[in-house]
Each structure stands twice: as C-alpha cells, then as structure tokens.
Design a protein. Structure first.
Length: 130
C-alpha cells in the first residue's frame, strides 16, 4: 500500500475524535489514521487503525498476518507475540503502517490502548483522510 502521509507533511488532527462524554474513549473506525504516543519513547506516532477490540488475528499458512484481505509479513518474534493473544483485547486497537515492510507498528510493540489516542488525522482541506 502506498503511504498516504509523507515525512515533513503538515497534517490537521481532530483531538476530540475519540473523546467521548465524561472522558469515556470512543472507538476509531477501521482504516482511520490515528495519532498516539509510542509505548517506548512516547514520541507521537501516526499509523492506520486496522483492527478493533474483539477482532480475531489471522495468520496464514505462510506465516503472514492477514487483515481485511491484505497480507503483512511477520518475523518469528512478531508471530509469537500475535499467536499468544489471538483476539484484540477490550480497550485496545491494532495499528499498522501503510508501508508495512518499513514500519514499526503493533506487530512490534503490541496493541495500542484506545485511551492513549491523541486524535484522528484530517487532511488540510478538512476532509477525513482515508
């Protein structure tokens, strides 16, 4: 998949997209481009939401992750991590990069807590980026 966003590109973020009433977080939609802080160094990260709580993780016979008909390469450690949790847990999402061979994402650092989402990316024209 061709990346939608590129390094140095200016983006607009809707910081209220996932804030529900009384601070209850709202779920993103599959394919939303979300911003969150990386689990390791807490830097802002932009990735695509690919799976929601309760979604089953499927790994094909060749050892690739299959999401919405797309196949994503898995290293042995990524495969092991994903097979120990075969369903996306409540309160979490799986994010994947649009350039999966050069992306650090949920395959590496695990699922992203919904309550840590900073916002949803909107393009400069004000339309939602798909």
């Amino acid at each position: 998949m061709e990346p939608v966003l590129h390094n140095g590109q200016t983006i607009i973020v809707n910081k209220m997209a996932y804030k529900g009433p009384f601070s209850d977080p709202r779920l993103p939609n599959v394919n939303d481009i979300v911003i969150f802080r990386s689990p390791g160094d807490r830097r802002l990260v932009v990735k695509r939401c690919k799976m929601l709580p309760g979604d089953n993780i499927q790994i094909n016979n060749q050892g690739w992750l299959v999401v919405q008909g797309e196949e994503f390469f898995l290293t042995d450690s990524q495969k092991e991590r994903l097979t120990t949790t075969p369903v996306i847990p409540d309160g979490y999402i799986m994010v994947l990069g649009d350039n999966p061979f050069h992306s650090i994402d949920s395959r590496d650092y695990g699922f992203v807590p919904i309550d840590t989402l900073v916002g949803k990316v909107i393009n400069p024209a004000g339309r939602i980026v798909h």
